[in-house]
Design a protein around this ligand. Sequence first.
Ligand code: AMP
Ligand code: MG
Length: 477
Amino acid sequence: MDTAPLPLSIPFDNSYASLPDQFYSRQSASTVSKPELIAFNRPLADLLGITGGQDSELAEIFGGNKITDGAEPLSQLYAGHQFGQYNPQLGDGRAILLGETIGRDGQRRDIQLKGSGRTPYSRGGDGRAWLGPVLREYVVSEAMHALGIPTTRALAAVLTGEQVIRESVLPGAVLTRVAQSHIRVGTFQVFSARKEFDALRQLLHYTIARHYPETDGPLGFLKRVIESQARLIPQWMGVGFIHGVMNTDNCQIAGETIDYGPCAFMDSYHPMQLFSSIDQFGRYAFGNQPDIIVWNMAQLASALVPLMPDAQDAIELFTKAVHDMVPLLKKNWIRVFSAKIGISDPREEDEILINDLLNLMAEGRADFTNTFAALGTAKARDEFLVPDKFDLWEVRWMERITGLDNVEETLSKSNPILIPRNHRIEQMIQAAVSGDYYLFQRLSEAYSAPFTKNHSFDDLRHPPNDSEIVRATFCGT
Ligand code: AMP
Ligand code: MG
C-alpha cells in the first residue's frame, strides 16, 4: 500500500540571519499563481538533511508561496565591480536566502530561491527569472559538480505560472540554489566602501569561522581565498568553461563557481573564445580568466586594508599576496593540463608541451573536449587541421609519458566525454518553453556521469553542426 510522503522538513540552522540588520533586508518571496515542480534534486536534498515533501508541497515552498518552518527569508546586501566599474550597491535583486542547513557531511550550506520576486535591491528589475536561465543553471551547475569542479548546486526548479517579460513574454520560474555561502568579494567591498568598518570586521570574523576556520586575520584570510580561486579557475579551463561574467559580485569567497548567466563551454578551441553578448571588449574571454581573477583578488585586498593596523604595511603584504597568485595559478594550470595528457608529476617544462598542443588545436579550431578525449587513440589526429603536425607532437608526448601503462584509462579520468554543449542547452530550453522536458531530463542524466562511456549518449558528444552553433549567450536575467 502506498503511504503518503511525509511533509517536507528542512533542518534549518541559520547563522547569517543573526548578523546585524545592515547585512541584509528581511524579505519574503512573492507569491506565484500556479507553482509546478519541474525538478527536485533528491540526492542533494538527502545530503542537506531535507526529508519528505510531495510534489505539490515542494512546488509551493520552492516556488516561494509558502514559508517553511525554520526559514528566515532575507536578501543579502553586496556591491561589486561590474566589467571593471564599481557599482556601490547591488545585493540580491531577485534572490532570497531561506536559511542554512548543516548537511550529513557536516558542511553548512545556504538554500536560496532565485527569481522569487522583487527585493529592496532590485533597482529597476522585476525580481523574476524565466524558465531558460533556470534550466540552464540547473543543468550546467549540476554538470560542473559531476565534473568535480567546486560549484553552487541546484536543488529545485519550479514553474511559477507567471509570465515574465523579456524580449518576449516567457514562462517564469524559480531556481533553488545551494551554496557553501553566498558571500562574495562584493560583500566585503560594500562595507569597506561605505567605511562601515565594524560591519566589515564582523563579516571577516563570520566568513573565517564559516569557510576558513584554520586561519585568522585579514592577511591569512586573503591568502586562503586566493588559494581557493587559484585552484578553481584552472579547473574551469581544464574543461573549456568560460564563466562570462566574472564581476566581483559573482566571485564567491568559498571558491565555488557561482552565477551561471552567459556562461558557456567551448566546442572548438580558441584561447580568446568569448560568447557573452554583453562583454563588448572580451574582458572575460576564456584566456583572460586567470588575469581577471587576480584583478578580483586585488579588489578583495583593497577592501580588507582598513582592517589592518597599518595601511602602508597592509598594502605591501597584500600586494605580495596578490602577486604570488600569478605563479600559483600557473602551477595549478600546469597540474590540470598535465593530468589531461597523463602526466602526474608535472615539471615546469611540461608547460611547453601543453601549449604546443593547445596552439595546434587553436590553429584548426579543434574540438576541445573531443580532442582531449581522443588522445592516445588513433582518432586523435583527425581533430587537427594539419594532422602531421600533431604526429610530431605525439612523438614528443609519448616520450614524456614512457612508462605510463594504461594510457587510455589514465587519460579518461581527467578528460570528460560529455560537457553541456551550448547547442544542447539551447535545444533543451526551446523544448521546455513549449512544455517538453524530455531533453532536460536526458541532459541531466547524461551529464551526471561525464567521464563514463555510454553509447546511448553518443549523440551528445558531437559538436554542433553549422545550423546549431550558438554564437552568443545572454545574461538572460
Ligand atoms: P547578475 O548579472 O545575475 O550577477 O546580476 C547582477 C545584479 O543584478 C544582482 O544584484 C542581481 O540581483 C540583479 N538582478 C539581475 N536580474 C534581476 C532581475 N530580474 N530583477 C532584479 N534584480 C536583478
Ligand atoms: Mg550575480
